[in-house]
Design a protein around this ligand. Structure first.
Ligand SMILES: [Zn+2]
Length: 886
């Protein structure tokens, strides 16, 4: 599954950063914990024969299921997972022998999400078929079987899709809904004859029922986890291509197929690459990617085996609004989901404790593959930001190890976070760097081959990697995955003799909220290099300290190549050398050094102004992604000054003065032959200069927006979202009303959703309140409201949080149930107010199960940290600006 991570998304278009909750939450007001989701282990399913008849209009469906089971020991009852279902005609028949059983008593437990079938006499061990008829409900948020309504030029449409990860297959099929209960599935659906039905496997047989409906039977699936089952139904179109004998397809709403052409071609390339990498061929006859309008607070795309699901904004390229950044995102999301076809689908984690095996690996694999197949995008530099995102999360007390114990469904939902995805990927990258890419791949191939169609825990992977590498990996892997936190490598004394620099290194821990914490210890693989030398020195720092001999004399970069999951703190003299050599550093090291100086500066471990010294050292022609990164941090620093207009203006003047010469080189108009990174920088700089209040950029954005009817070139697609965002941020009532009219009139869901989000962007509080009211209505569409509230909260955290809490009953219907325990606290993330800390705490206490308050605790820790940075660090920045600001 692909979570949408807030850091990657532009301000007004921001999705809810993080969020989550689930069943315990649905029976709210009585916090529930220790809801174990583990079923009795005395029965094992092997095959499900499922038939459904969806009634899209009434939002319900009828189902029948026949489950082939093995009863492993005598038992009076069978318990499986089921939610929001009613049962009829339950029967059990032994596979051999004739003695049937009387119909069992059926008891459902809404809290445990189970149904228990109790028989008059105990069942002997053996093979049986458990059959039943049932009814279920179709939701309006993206979990279970759900409906999405959307506008088209030909009128309003409703399509159905499923989303089952982590624990919602039980809303569609009574089932052993846990990842290690793998079974095969044969799905049959009775649907309107004019619509297209899609599932994991190709259609095996279609029967016209003569009443305007048809019965579609799909071929049996391979043995797989329940959460990977998929079904969709709607007015769809499908296009296909071939890759190594697999039919690769995209499915969209009618009329949008051409917008999925890039995703289709990309999927073909990626599938071929993975065949080569994994060594085991993709085992299904087809691989579709199904586009759906709308959005979720929980995820952007889902790797259902053979039938990937992706929201339109993450798969379609609309010629009127999509950007180069969107195109790269379409590619990397497809690469992520296709990686899961092996890592996750063919080999699946035993239990949610090891979710990172799915998500960390798919994140790493997508990054590696995007860089390999599209080197011109240079997205490999993105690993620094992604690692930093994980470190920021990992540096507060509420963090957790990559491998963590999960007990409840809600905790499983919360496990889809920055640690699982980004730290998981960063640790893999570090270990791949440590053993070398060849040994790593050999280990991965063996792991896939050995465990195909099975379930694993982390050590199954480490064992294969260690065997392939021929050197110890397990200890380092355990240090980084079984304990939480971020190592800090302090670079102390450095001396150069005979062309060798000897460094003294000491290991501590980087934290944002526990300055006096006694550091954990890690075995840290460290790579260092003298700037410009091209030679590396490697060592494992263990036991808390070490020395390293680096070839050459000069400025030494520690974590050269940035594959290490640790921060580097240079002694002042070493930092000064690195700063003076900044222009000579490899681009990835420029990014790494800046990120460390920023984070450690804010944490008070080095002068906060060191970051700004690096900015002054960055040449105007530095890599576009270096300037994009600086722009992002300027934006962030500008936010810290919120509420103090004078000082904020002083900082903005400095920031604008640094960015304007860079923007002058990039310009508003694309230059012939420019690379994608430059196009992305253009939009980043315009957005940031707009945020900083640069009058020239704001005026030009408004001029272009006003001129677009007369001059079709005034707002090119690549800048449309950026220009609209600036216009919306600075909107007055008339402009907001005009944007609102445009949103209402728009018939393309992908564009319409963006326009509704823009209505939530204004700085003006009165307009932000109008957006909140609008979000409670049906007008924006069922899946847009939560994103609109999040977007308001991005600029006005108190307003957004208070509003959502005050209207909780209504708002709950517009947020994925699985996301609530993260979503509500997340609204307060950008706060700088002590009162908000108390409010988030009180909300968690009242409405979030005790074992699921990690997201709330994290928001609180981060608000405390932001206040500390504002009070303690900004004065240093002010002093620096007085010296260097002009
Ligand atoms: Zn994923």
């Amino acid at each position: 599954m692909r979570r949408m991570l807030a850091a990657a998304i532009a301000i007004a278009l921001a999705l809810a950063g993080t969020s989550t909750i689930s069943m315990a939450q649905t029976s709210r007001d009585t916090p529930v914990d220790e809801v174990t989701t583990q079923l009795p282990r005395n029965v094992r399913p092997t095959h499900y024969e499922v038939a459904v008849v969806p009634d899209a209009q009434s939002l319900r469906f009828d189902g029948t299921v026949a489950i082939a089971i093995e009863v492993l020991e005598p038992t009076p009852s069978i318990t499986l997972n089921a939610v929001d279902m009613t049962f009829a005609n339950v029967r059990l028949a032994p596979v051999s022998g004739s003695s049937g059983f009387d119909a069992p008593q059926v008891a459902t437990d809404a809290e445990a999400q189970t149904a228990t079938f109790t028989f008059a006499r105990p069942l002997p061990a053996g093979a049986y078929t458990l059959s039943m008829d049932y009814t279920g409900v179709i939701g309006t948020q993206a979990n279970g079987l759900f409906a999405i309504d959307y506008d088209t030029a030909a009128g309003r449409r409703r399509a159905l899709y499923t989303q089952f990860e982590n624990s919602d297959a039980r809303k569609f099929v009574p089932s052993w809904d846990e990842p290690n209960h793998k079974a095969t599935f044969t799905l049959t659906a009775t649907v309107p004859a004019a619509q297209m039905a899609v599932s994991n496997m190709p259609v095996a047989e279609t029967t016209d029922l003569g009443d305007g409906s048809k019965r579609v039977r799909f071929a049996p699936s391979p043995k797989m986890s329940t959460y990977l089952l998929f079904f969709a139904l709607g007015d769809f179109e499908r296009a296909t291509t071939q890759a190594d004998g697999t039919e690769v397809g995209v499915v969209t709403q009618k009329g949008k197929l051409s917008q999925a052409a890039f995703a289709l071609e990309s999927s073909k390339d990626v599938l071929r690459e993975y065949h080569d990498y994994f060594g085991t061929p993709y085992p299904l006859p087809k691989l579709d990617n199904i586009a759906s309008p709308g959005r979720s607070q929980f995820f952007g795309a889902m790797e259902n085996w053979g039938a990937i699901f992706t929201f339109e904004y993450a798969i379609l390229l609309d010629p009127t609004i999509s950007t180069q950044a969107d195109k790269q995102r379409v590619y990397s999301i497809a690469a992520h989901e296709i990686a899961h076809q092996w890592f996750g689908n063919l080999v699946t984690m035993q239990w949610w404790d090891d979710l990172w095996l799915n998500e960390g690996f798919a994140t790493w694999m997508a990054g590696r593959t995007t860089q390999k197949l599209h080197p011109e995008w240079n997205t490999g530099l993105g690993v620094v930001g992604s690692r930093d995102y994980a470190m920021s999360r990992d540096a507060v007390a509420s963090t957790h190890p990559v491998v963590q114990h999960v007990e409840t469904v809600e905790q499983a939902s919360q496990a889809f976070d920055a640690i699982t995805y980004s730290k998981g990927a960063a640790v893999i990258r570090m270990l791949e760097g440590y053993v070398g890419p060849e040994a790593w791949r050999t280990g991965v191939r063996k792991y896939i081959e050995t465990h195909a169609y099975g379930n694993t825990a982390s050590d199954d992977l480490w064992r294969e990697i260690q065997a392939a590498a021929g050197k110890p990996v397990l200890d380092i892997a355990h240090d980084f995955t079984l304990q939480p936190g971020v190592p800090l490598i302090r670079v102390g004394q450095a001396s150069c003799a005979n062309g060798i620099t000897t460094l003294a290194l000491e290991q501590g821990e980087y934290t944002k909220d526990r300055p006096d914490k006694r550091p954990l210890t890690w075995r840290v693989p460290v790579i260092a290099s003298v700037a410009g030398s091209g030679e590396e020195a490697r060592a494992i720092v263990s036991g808390g300290s070490g020395t390293l001999d680096v070839p050459g004399c000069g400025a030494v970069v520690v974590n050269a190549g940035q594959s290490g999951y640790y921060r580097t703190l240079y002694a002042p003299a070493q930092f000064a050398r690195v700063r003076d050599a900044f222009a000579k550093l490899a681009t990835i090291d420029q990014l790494g050094v800046m990120r460390d100086a920023w984070a450690l500066g804010l944490a008070g471990q080095q002068p906060a102004s060191d970051y700004l010294d690096l900015v002054l050292a960055a040449p105007v022609d530095a890599d576009p992604q270096v300037w994009g990164d600086i722009a992002q941090h300027f934006d962030s620093l500008h936010d810290y000054y919120e509420g103090d207009a004078e000082r904020q203006k002083t900082f903005a003047a400095f920031a604008i003065a640094r960015l304007v010469p860079v923007f002058a080189r990039v310009g508003w108009e694309p230059r012939a032959g420019e690379g994608d990174p430059v196009a992305i920088l253009r939009s980043d700089l315009i957005a940031t200069l707009g945020e900083l209040g640069d009058p020239a950029v704001i005026a030009e954005a408004r001029r272009r927006h006003a001129a677009q009817d007369a001059d079709p070139d005034a707002v090119p697609a690549a800048l449309r979202k950026t220009i609209l965002t600036i216009v919306a941020r600075h909107a007055d009532v008339a402009t907001w009303d005009q944007l609102h009219a445009a949103a209402k009139a728009e018939k393309t869901p992908l564009v319409k959703d963006q326009l509704y989000l823009l209505l939530s962007a204004p700085r003006d509080e009165a307009l932000a309140k109008r957006a909140l009211q609008l979000a409670l209505t049906d007008e924006p569409g069922a899946t847009n409201s939560a994103a609109m509230i999040s977007a308001v909260a991005n600029e006005h955290p108190e307003l957004g949080f208070d509003f959502a809490v005050a209207h909780r009953r209504q708002v709950d219907t517009k947020v994925d149930a699985t996301s609530r325990s993260r979503w509500y606290p997340g609204l307060a993330s950008n706060s700088l107010e002590p009162a908000t800390v108390a409010k988030v705490g009180a909300f968690a206490q009242a409405h979030i199960a005790e074992g699921s308050r990690r997201a709330a605790d994290t928001v609180i820790a981060n608000i405390d940290y932001r206040m500390k940075v504002r009070n303690e660090r900004l004065p240093e920045i002010d002093a620096w600006l007085r010296e260097n600001g002009s």
